[in-house]
Design a protein around this ligand. Structure first.
Ligand code: AMP
Ligand code: MG
Length: 495
């Protein structure tokens, strides 16, 4: 085997007209060093992990060398940031190298985040700091293991340069893999300029790449909108069901392919509290946990509005079509969320009171500071017939009788279904994770890397998080909520 890092790029985005991007290479860095390489993902992408981790591969991951077949570019887009309109954003610090086809036949973007200034950098330095790069690596890989649609992390490298943030910080570059980097904001960019031709080309591109089934419908653009709405509803429901808070749900951070993208000040909840906000820049709590479903709807309304010129020849009819499509979102979200909640609770079949039963548990968790992940994981071990084994779960509640009262209702509901305890418990364990990337663990991994250049803590964390549904008794510390002195109250965008 040679040690040459070769990439079978097949680039489609670069075929779009010039006004979709600026073709340009990454800016080289002074002293690249490999922090973390995702061997499994590399193999899945048809890449040789050995070659990627070699000195030559490192030059590619650092942006110092553009590999053969790449067509490096910075994408243009717009977006609504915290509700305010920004007519031009674009990749201010990311370079799309090209597209690879993975072993499932899916086309994936390979992008370097933190690869230097571009015409879209505005005041920024075009770089990324090590902390946020490692957070994105850890959390996006954890999300993938949890079964949530997400971009992936192929590698993290340090640049040997210092970036100025709240404090001077080591510079780093993340190699991100995504189904694509087309965002709601990409559509908004062309719509706002009245560039209907580009809008049509973009929609056709997205349909071909992500929503082939839309071509067979009477109005493919309406089908595109419907499909994006459906995937986004399902995505946000899956966030709610694991206690994930994205943190910056701006329309430029919402993927058209329905993947979780642009991990910034994101975090998982420890104890359940609907109004939780971690982002230090989200002063009004716009992107609080409990607001995510409605914000998803709001973002999709920006997409629907952008698509109006494509939805019909007659503007009134096109507006009606956009409204109809948007009107489907609440039910799609509710259905996806309720189905997931039933599974989390081990409820077979559908009964009228199921949502109320789940919400009652959440309310009691909130009133009693019960840990979100441990409560649901704890339920997986309980008997449907008796409360004998309830001690570990009830102990999660400030007032354990709040759980006892709920458990009576839950058992009444379980008595109604045919599956055995064993079957139900196994099914519940397959969707209620034992481990999530808890904030204090992520911070510990980042701090150790930043201060000592020691990535072993991160390695261990990523490894444990790769099997989130398994009980790993020797790793039980990863399942525990933070002690008071370990609580992390804010995560920073760190751009
Ligand atoms: P984000 O909030 O990270 O999604 O970024 C919003 C916009 O700002 C995007 O267009 C980014 O490319 C850009 N941006 C963020 N950080 C930087 C930076 N350090 N240098 C240049 N552009 C940046
Ligand atoms: Mg972004």
């Amino acid at each position: 085997m040679t040690n040459t890092a070769s990439f079978a790029f097949d680039n489609s985005y670069a075929q779009l007209p010039d006004r979709f991007f600026v073709a340009m290479p990454p800016t080289p860095v002074a002293g690249p060093s490999l922090a973390k390489l995702n061997h499994g993902l590399a193999r899945h992408l048809g890449l040789d992990p050995q070659a990627l981790g070699s000195a030559e591969g490192l030059q590619v991951l650092a942006g110092n060398q553009v590999p053969g077949g790449a067509h490096p570019l910075a994408m243009v887009y717009a977006g609504h940031q915290f509700g305010g309109w920004s007519p031009q954003l674009g990749d201010g610090r990311a370079i799309l190298l090209g597209e690879l086809t993975d072993q499932d036949g899916v086309r994936r973007d390979m992008l370097l985040k933190g690869a230097g200034r571009t015409p879209f950098s505005r005041g920024g330095d075009g770089r990324a700091a090590l902390g946020p790069v490692l957070r994105e690596y850890i959390v996006s890989e954890a999300m993938a293991a949890l079964g949530v649609p997400t971009t992936r992390a192929l590698a993290a490298v340090t640049t040997g340069e210092t970036v100025m943030r709240e404090a001077p910080s080591p510079g780093a570059i993340l190699t991100r893999i995504a189904q694509s980097h087309v965002r709601i904001g990409t559509f908004e960019f062309f719509a706002a300029r009245g560039d209907v031709e580009a809008l049509g080309l973009l929609a056709d591109y997205v349909i071909k790449r992500h929503y082939k089934e839309a071509t067979e419908t009477e109005n493919p653009y309406r089908a595109l909108l419907d499909n994006v709405i459906q995937r986004q509803a399902e995505l946000i429901a899956s966030w709610q069901l694991i206690g994930f808070i994205h943190g910056v749900m701006n329309t430029d951070n919402m993927s058209i392919a329905g993947e979780t993208i642009d991990y910034g000040p994101c975090a998982f909840m420890d104890f359940y509290q609907a109004e939780t906000v971690y982002s230090s820049i989200d002063h009004g709590g716009r992107y609080a946990y409990c607001n995510q479903p409605q914000i998803g709807h709001w973002n999709l309304s920006c997409l629907a509005q952008s698509l109006i010129p494509l939805l019909g020849d007659d503007e009134d009819a096109a507006i009606e079509a956009a409204k109809d499509a948007l009107g489907l979102y609440p039910d799609l979200f509710d259905a996806s969320y309720l189905a997931g909640l039933r599974s989390k609770l081990g409820l077979g079949g559908k009964r009228d009171g199921d949502l109320a039963l789940g919400q009652d548990l959440l309310r009691r968790m909130e009133e009693n500071q019960a840990d979100f992940t441990l409560t649901f994981r704890g339920l997986c071990s309980l008997s449907g017939a008796s409360a004998e084994a309830d001690a570990p779960v009830r102990a999660l509640f400030d007032n354990p009788s709040a759980f006892d009262e709920w458990a009576i209702q839950w058992r009444r509901r379980l008595a109604d279904q045919p599956s055995s305890d064993g079957e139900r418990q196994a099914a519940m364990r397959a969707i209620n994770p034992a481990v999530i990337p808890r904030n204090h663990l992520v911070e510990e991994a980042i701090t150790t890397a930043e201060e000592n250049g020691d990535y072993t803590v991160m390695e261990d964390l990523v490894s444990v998080l790769s099997a989130p549904f398994e009980d790993q008794p020797k790793n039980s510390r990863y399942t525990l909520p933070p002690r008071n002195d370990q609580i992390v109250r804010a995560t920073f965008c760190g751009t």
